[in-house]
Design a protein around this ligand. Structure first.
Ligand SMILES: NC(=O)c1ccc[n+]([C@@H]2O[C@H](COP(=O)([O-])OP(=O)(O)OC[C@H]3O[C@@H](n4cnc5c(N)ncnc54)[C@H](O)[C@@H]3O)[C@@H](O)[C@H]2O)c1
Length: 254
């Protein structure tokens, strides 16, 4: 290996939430780095279109990741089609904004925890078990958020709690699986200009107020997250595990 070997050519990478704004950009980044990408998201047809747009080698897997018991079978299907995946990028997630903390219901709580946290855990468990069983090293990248550290406010508190848990869990997984050669890291995007960022009734002034808080004076773009994500999966990050990289234009500085 040279000092600048990305080592991703011919590797199979699973990206969840891969037809969403950030996931689509990240999937394309891995395809450009030479990897074969398994596009996982809710809708089969959109997954297939996205995969095809990246090239013929890639495949789409329409899956509701809240079907927890089916996740080992998903990992097995991807292996049968594309070979053993050695990188898993957990991007799928939802935010349910409620007017304030007093209006959050149990249903809101479960909807966010089920996909953001529980599905992430059980998919990562199935992925890592396969690596462990075959004695193969690999890497997991979990999408957290700047809100993991700030906590957010009002109606986004529950969402941010799932992101805080992802950052914490990333560290625990990293420590548990380092002896197996499985690295686990997280990315904390700042304020990214995607539909997820928009709140009901958001005005131009609200948007400008967000931008004013960012030292680099612009919202993030989905593409801004690609470099850090591909880097964490690559051999260039071979001595990194348990880390969180913030990609936030300076919004987050720790
Ligand atoms: N946009 C931001 O400002 C921002 C900031 C910090 C962190 N993030 C995180 O980045 C990630 C991507 O965000 P985005 O802005 O691209 O959002 P997005 O809504 O465009 O993408 C999320 C994707 O997850 C998929 N998904 C949701 N539930 C699913 C399920 N049950 N099974 C399978 N797939 C499911 C959706 O279909 C969607 O394609 C999320 O985890 C989000 O929390 C976003």
């Amino acid at each position: 290996m040279t000092h600048l070997d990305w080592g991703l050519t011919g590797k199979t990478v699973i990206v969840t939430g891969a037809t969403g704004a950030i996931g689509r950009a990240v999937a394309q980044g891995f395809a450009e780095a030479g990897a074969t990408v398994a596009i996982v998201d809710l809708d089969q047809a959109t997954c297939e279109t996205t995969a095809l747009s990246l090239g013929l080698a890639h495949r789409g897997y329409g899956t509701d990741l809240r079907q927890f018991a089916q996740l080992p079978a998903l990992i097995a299907r991807i292996e049968a089609d594309l070979g053993l995946a050695t990188t898993l990028v957990n991007i799928a997630g939802v935010i349910l904004r409620t007017p304030d903390l007093f209006t959050v219901t149990e249903k809101d709580w479960d909807a966010q925890h089920d996909i953001n946290l529980k599905a992430l855990f059980f998919l990562t468990q199935a992925f890592s078990k396969r690596l462990a069983d075959t004695g193969t090293s690999g890497s997991v990248i979990n999408y957290s958020s700047q809100g993991a550290l700030s906590g957010g406010f009002g109606g986004s508190v529950v969402y941010n709690a799932t992101k805080g848990a992802i950052t914490t869990m990333t560290r625990g997984m990293a420590r548990s699986w380092a002896p197996l050669g499985i690295r686990v890291n997280s990315i904390a995007p700042g304020l990214v200009d995607t539909p997820m960022l928009k709140t009901t009734g958001q005005t131009d002034e609200d948007r400008q107020a967000m931008i004013n808080q960012i030292p680099m004076k612009r919202l993030g773009l989905p593409e801004d997250n690609v470099g850090a994500t591909v880097f964490l999966a690559s051999d260039m990050a071979r001595y990194m595990t348990g880390a969180m990289i913030n990609v936030s234009g300076g919004f987050l500085m720790y």
